[in-house]
Write a protein that binds this ligand. Structure first.
Ligand code: PLP
Length: 483
């Protein structure tokens, strides 16, 4: 009977978006060829490609066409013109900001998920993909060391996870005008934004200064909490760094947990940057105490080698997450299959969401955890080598030691006695020169107001010669520019 109501494909007349089967396959195969060609030639390509707004306007401003074109022509031309005109953040010598270098199975997984167009807001529409997300979340939970009562949700990224965390931390507080959020002056900007969005007054967002080693100053934190209580405010949440984006430094999480316990505050650990380093012994040591958090943000599109986008929020008390976000309108009444059938729309902002866990699942099952550990360890080791090189160099000055894949330094050739302004100009010029050459990319930041170059290794392709090659290129360029 089922069969009778189905219409065999071949009897249906073509719709507006139908392509010939042959054309579909050719387009897909060509796309794969383009991606594999890019993959195998990445090392020989420029790290950075950019353009000004007016150049881009010139190239791309047009009205949408009325008529059909060849799909193959549109694709190849668009790839050439659009996709190749962006920074190659997975290039083995992209050491700027936070690099991201996905595995091939994860890339294919995302393409497959798009093709299947999985709706993963409800169990009814995605039983197996939802189960896979539950399993992947449980892997993360175990790696971090959270109790079995914990659970979470995959998000678009760390910013979204941080926002959801602050929504939970806000919880039952109804006088938001007195609620106070604490983070260190090394905390990520997304936390400040999240605090604003959940309704914290701008002057109740406390940026606690850090000590010499860029960890949150516990004494100043304690004092701020007491002062706030004394003036009738309501301390709400402490956000600790699980690897600060600036320096890789981790806050003293055990101490923060103790303060939160004593003061009855929510502890959120933003481990977007460094979280997955817990897969190594070294990272586990650096992040000790992370399991004491009420909520943890992770970012698989950083150190778990997944393509954009996938972030993650883990919450110690999963029930809180669901009671905070669950809303059940009439038009979704069919989705209620009983509590053990998780509807991920109950755990966050998105109703329509894609199956983000699938890429994690496929890549972990393909390569196994040993290789993921090796890849993370490789970053840690390379940055330590960079630190050793900088320490020995006559023209480079170490500013922060190697921390979870990041080292900060500046060009400061001995014997020149350059003042702050000249130093900054030289560092900028060298950095620009190297970016423009296409060879590598390192970004800059400020540490206590002073200009710093920041080298971040988070790429499974990066080798010793890539990291040391960039430092050598900087020394040489500095020598050339300074003469
Ligand atoms: C990258 C990062 C974020 C933001 O994550 P997105 O995935 O870019 O939204 C938040 N916190 C820290 C520490 C980060 O490194």
């Amino acid at each position: 009977m089922q069969e009778n109501i189905k219409t065999p494909n071949q009897r249906v007349s073509p719709g507006p978006f139908d392509l010939e089967e042959r054309e579909m396959r050719e387009l897909g195969y060509k796309a794969i060829d383009i991606l594999v060609d890019r993959w195998i030639s990445l090392r020989d390509k420029d790290v950075w490609v950019g353009g000004t707004r007016s150049e881009m306007e010139e190239m791309f401003r047009e009205s949408p066409p009325e008529e059909k074109s060849s799909a193959m022509e549109v694709m190849t031309q668009s790839v050439d013109e659009v996709l190749t005109r962006s920074a190659r953040v997975d290039h083995p010598r992209f050491f700027a900001f936070v690099p991201s270098s996905p595995t091939w199975p994860s890339v294919i997984a995302d393409a497959l998920v798009s093709g299947f167009n999985v709706f993963q807001g409800t169990w009814l529409e995605s039983a197996a993909p939802s189960q896979v997300e539950l399993v992947v979340l449980d892997w993360f939970r175990e790696w971090i060391g959270l109790p079995r009562s914990a659970g979470g949700i995959l998000t678009s990224g760390g910013s979204a996870a941080n926002l959801n965390a602050l929504v939970l931390a806000r919880g039952e507080i109804d006088h938001l005008d007195t609620a106070v959020v604490y983070l260190s002056d090394q905390g990520h900007s997304s936390l400040e934004r999240a605090a604003r969005i959940v309704g914290i007054q701008e002057n109740n967002i406390r940026m606690i200064p850090t000590t010499k080693d860029y960890r949150i100053d516990l004494q100043l934190l304690n004092r701020a909490i007491q002062q706030d209580r004394n003036s009738g405010l309501r301390p709400m949440v402490i956000c600790g760094n699980g690897g600060a984006t600036n320096t890789g430094v981790v806050d003293p999480l055990e101490d923060l947990a103790e303060i939160c316990e004593r003061e009855k505050l929510w502890l959120h650990v933003d481990a977007s940057y460094g979280g997955f380093s817990v897969l190594t012994e070294e990272g586990k040591r650096d992040l000790r105490g992370i399991h004491l958090a009420d909520s943890v943000t992770l970012d698989p599109h950083k150190w778990l080698f997944q393509p954009y986008e996938v972030g993650c929020l883990l919450v110690k008390n999963l029930n809180l997450l669901e009671s905070e976000f669950r809303v059940t309108p009439d038009y979704l009444q069919d989705m209620d299959l009983g509590l053990e059938h998780v509807n991920f729309c109950d755990r966050g902002l998105q109703l329509t969401r894609s199956a983000r866990a699938f890429k994690v699942w496929m890549s972990v099952k393909t390569f196994g955890m040993k290789r993921f550990r090796m890849a993370i360890q490789n970053s840690l080791d390379l940055v330590k080598e960079a630190e050793a090189y900088i320490r020995k160099s006559n023209s480079l000055e170490l500013l922060t030691s190697a921390n979870l894949g990041i080292v900060c330094f500046r060009i400061n050739p001995s014997g020149y006695d350059l003042d702050m302004k000249k130093l900054e100009r030289l560092n900028n010029d060298v950095s620009d020169d190297i970016i423009e050459s296409g060879y590598a990319m390192v970004s800059s930041t400020r540490l206590r107001g002073e200009f710093a170059l920041r080298l971040c290794v988070m790429n499974h392709r990066a080798r010793r010669e890539d990291v040391l090659g960039v430092l050598k290129a900087m020394e040489e360029t500095a020598q050339r520019l300074i003469l």
